[in-house]
Design a protein around this ligand. Sequence first.
Ligand SMILES: Cc1cc2nc3c(=O)[nH]c(=O)nc-3n(C[C@H](O)[C@H](O)[C@H](O)COP(=O)(O)OP(=O)(O)OC[C@H]3O[C@@H](n4cnc5c(N)ncnc54)[C@H](O)[C@@H]3O)c2cc1C
Length: 564
Amino acid sequence: MSEPERESMEVDVLYVGAGPANLASAYHLVKQVEAHNEAVAAEGGSEIEMPTILVIEKAAEVGDHQLSDAVINPKAIQELMPDFVEQGFPTEHVVTDSQFRLFSRGGSIKSPICPPPFQKNGYHVASLSNVVKWLAAKCEETECIEIYPGFAAAEILTEGERVLGIRTGEMGVAADGSHKPTYQPGMDILARVTVLGEGVRGSVAKQLIDRFDMHGMNPQTYETGIKEIWRVKPEKHVPGRVIHGSLFPEMLGQLNGMWLYDMKDNLVSFGYVTSLASENPNNDPHRDAQFFKTTKFMRDLLEGGELVRYGAKCIPTGGLYAQPKLYCDGAMILGDSASMLNIMKLAGVHMAMKSGMLAAETIIDALEQDDFSSLTLGGYTERFRDSWAYQEHLEGRNFTGSNEIGTPFAMGLNIPLMMITGGRGLIDPIKTHPSYKAMKKIWELPRSLQEPEPFEFDGVLTFSKEHLVGFSGTAHEADQPHHLKVADKEICSGECARDYNNPCEKFCPAAVYEMVENKETGKKELFIHHENCVHCKTCDIADPYQIITWTTPEGGEGPDYSQM
Ligand SMILES: Cc1cc2nc3c(=O)[nH]c(=O)nc-3n(C[C@H](O)[C@H](O)[C@H](O)COP(=O)(O)OP(=O)(O)OC[C@H]3O[C@@H](n4cnc5c(N)ncnc54)[C@H](O)[C@@H]3O)c2cc1C
């Protein structure tokens, strides 16, 4: 088939993804160039020509795909914009009461001392969607940064060992592959440097890391975070509190975690994380989150309230040892895509922003030297190693490894030891495995775990996936090829059904995957409800055969978390 005629454009710096990492980076880049040129005007020297900067974002509007309201360490934003409060950063509350609790069905116990990782006093509670909208507005105010929402990067473009840019996804293709009247081939966006800040399990970053073998020492590992926002009765709304905790005794078998904080307008945001490194093919993050709501503490809190929003997203838990190489000729990787998240604190926003700022400073070097090869872009790694972000990462470097050995080892011994030894603990480094490799075949489990635990959704406090996905605001054109590519569906009907009981039906928190009986053959076949997808990436990670690939759907599609 002949190549369609496609448009192409060139910029100096292309940012893929409008998250905190890339927006902080683009803003810092402009401010640093301006500061450099002002210094040159006063003291002499060579000016740097302001580069052309483009940010593309797959969501219809910047911020729509930002799931998490977040408790944000203000360290990075303070560096980026010291007067961020005066400039209208959308803080809803500043944390004054950090709590750690153990939850059981019948009650909860508050720890008399809040362990250091959960001590968040002074952090800013804000909707991350509003934070990125605000950052995008600040970028646009500079008049040097273009932001194109509704543009999804589908493919990395390379030549030899060098990244040239990206190709956006095609638009207007029907489910049968034919072209609709609205058809547009993907556009090539070529750049001197392509900066990938696509968040967790970035689909283009994944291509790049595989193509140039930029993998970290450990494989990346993941959790799925389920998030709900409820409007609660005014008397139950406690601004300034942040609660982190775990479900007991479930945490002894497999690490789990929850968080809860109060937003404005009587909204309470809470979430629950489930590790994807589970032995059990029936592992179901959505079910876990619903179960968590049946604890007495949550029942009391939510009684009389109403569900406002639901969403899910994966969290990269691998930390420093799973960090990929951060640069290659013509490209850099930032934020969650670069395993920057501090997993001990479940805090990634400040790390993402800091990585963006360090990358921007490196781009200044590249502009000055007119060299975007690894030689100059490698300065990003050096800057990172000299930064507080690296120190934070060092302290948590064996957290995931400790949990892989087992929660009693982690909680009872190694994590406390890590806190005393600056992250070293008893063994350093602890080698880890890809999350999906933990899954056992169904018959290898005790009989009691071979079937999913029954769970009745009451429709008041707990809800089915099908119901909840309606609260994610997600939308995808039905008549298009699935963006969830399953390499071999025969495996689903055959060995996966036999060996793992089709775990995709359980691990997907948005009811995308369903095994449906074919009336003619009597055989169950995989049906993909791609329109439900909330872009959490769980399927790409947890599938035991690694035959599901999450790709970008048409630009502008996906969840709408702007209310979260
Ligand atoms: C449930 C949950 C709770 C969390 N709570 C907190 C918290 O309380 N505090 C905290 O500090 N951190 C928290 N985090 C982590 C934090 O959200 C991330 O670390 C942070 O958002 C990472 O920023 P980023 O810019 O790297 O990526 P993201 O914020 O994920 O942004 C990436 C952007 O890129 C876009 N994109 C992706 N692929 C493409 C593509 N191919 N083409 C175009 N656009 C693309 C996405 O739509 C998105 O807008 C939480 C995360 C989760 C999942």
